[in-house]
Write a protein that binds this ligand. Structure first.
Ligand SMILES: *Cc1c(COP(=O)(O)O)cnc(C)c1O
Length: 400
């Protein structure tokens, strides 16, 4: 995209997010093609928590994606956005009983995470209006299969029923005793690496469980956590082929995937303007109207993908010293990065790329309210959220 042209032709209210529909659309199509080349009825659930911005939720619904939700609030959000019950995948450790039962009896895909949900299921199973689609979330030691790649190392992931200690077996036994059909297994894992090996481990465990307990499943849900839109990283085909090679010989179960980051991460930018430059005894600073809290709310990022658009020729010279780019908050650590050449001056723009995942939905209303969001498609730009105002803020925080 030609940012110079885009910024010249549009009067963006900065800071703002820019949703690049064409990129997201391409990623969404690519992952679907890769999945369906192996499982022609494969199901894709968009992970709401990765970015729950309503425009995106509508977009993925239109593409035929299911909603992948991990709380009762997200479940209600999916219903409010028009997703049908049978187009919702309900995961998560803390579901509310009422929503849980509604989901089960109306045919949502519900992956059971805990013993209390097993008991709820037993109570509501007979009331089902359609065929239920209930699965078990499998907890297994990913670290054993992929040393140094799992998120939690030797401390174990905390979701689902442990395969190794027999809890999974007990859960399967409980469902069988109560004549409850086990439709699927859910094995999402978060990892540090998003490598293909993670999915080979997931598929290997699914295979073992299916064989050991002689399960006849409708689906295996391998969750999300893929790379997408980044060069030099595994492709969607790499992931699904690896899983296919392990599962296809032993089961006819359909595959469910739950991408988040891989379909929205690379498709959203954040545009800021330089509002001030200053020097101190030891340093030089540029102050942006954006903040790290919008694109790195958990303050873990160590590098940024960005472009600087110079709108001025009067760039300051600072005698070989670096310039640190900072944000609008009053927190000292609201510093993005420093530059040593091509220093910025007032009126320049700094555009941060690929910031669509775990940003907008995680940002606090801290010091400034939510920024504007624009969408661009075919070089045409429109506003899809105006900046949140003080009155909006009061309204949602009044409570009663
Ligand atoms: C977070 C999550 C996802 C999506 O993960 P990404 O890394 O955004 O792709 C999918 N499924 C479950 C159960 C999750 O918790």
């Amino acid at each position: 995209m030609n940012y110079l042209k885009l910024l010249k032709e549009n009067n963006f209210c900065t800071p703002c997010f820019l949703v690049q529909e064409d990129i997201i659309n391409q990623l969404a199509d690519d992952i679907e093609v890769a999945l369906k080349s192996k499982w022609k009825n494969g199901i894709i659930g968009y992970s709401f928590k990765t970015n729950n911005f309503p425009w995106l939720l509508s977009f993925f619904k239109q593409k035929g994606y299911y909603a992948e939700v991990v709380s009762s609030d997200e479940f209600e959000l999916a219903i409010a956005m028009g997703y049908a019950f049978d187009r919702i995948i309900f995961n998560g450790p803390v579901k509310e009983r009422e929503t849980f039962e509604k989901a089960v009896i109306n045919g949502a895909i519900v992956n059971i995470d805990s013993k209390r949900e097993l008991l709820w299921l037993k109570e509501c199973y007979a009331n089902a209006k359609v065929k239920t689609r209930v699965g078990l979330r499998v907890n297994f030691c990913l670290e054993k299969y992929c040393p140094n790649e799992s998120q939690c190392g030797d401390e174990d992931g905390r979701f689902g029923f442990s395969y190794e200690n027999g809890d999974l077996q007990s859960a399967i036994g409980f469902l069988r005793e109560n004549n409850i059909c086990i439709s699927g297994l859910h094995l999402h894992c978060s990892s540090k690496t998003r490598s293909v090996r993670i999915y080979q481990a997931i598929a290997t465990v699914a295979k073992e469980v299916i064989e050991k307990y002689n399960l006849d499943l409708d689906y295996v849900d391998i969750g999300g956590g893929y790379f997408g839109g980044l060069p030099d990283k595994p492709s969607f085909n790499d992931y699904f082929s690896a899983v296919y090679d392990i599962l296809n010989p032993i089961t006819n179960a359909n595959l469910i995937i739950e991408p988040g980051m891989s379909v929205v991460g690379a498709g959203i930018d954040y545009i800021t303007s330089v509002v001030d430059v200053k020097s101190t005894l030891n340093n030089h600073f540029a102050v942006l109207d954006g903040s790290r809290i919008h694109i790195d709310p958990i303050k873990r990022k160590t590098s940024y993908s960005y472009d600087i658009i110079y709108n001025n020729n009067d760039n300051i010279e600072v005698n070989g010293k670096k310039q640190i780019l900072c944000g609008f908050t009053c927190m000292e650590d609201d510093r993005f990065f420093s530059i040593e050449n091509g220093l910025v001056s007032i009126g320049d723009n700094v555009v941060f790329h690929k910031v669509g995942a775990y940003t907008m939905g995680l940002s606090p209303q801290f010091i400034e309210f939510y920024p504007a969001v624009y969408r661009v498609s075919n070089d045409k730009v429109d506003l899809i959220r105006r900046k949140v105002t003080a009155n909006d803020f009061i309204l949602i925080n009044k409570g009663v």
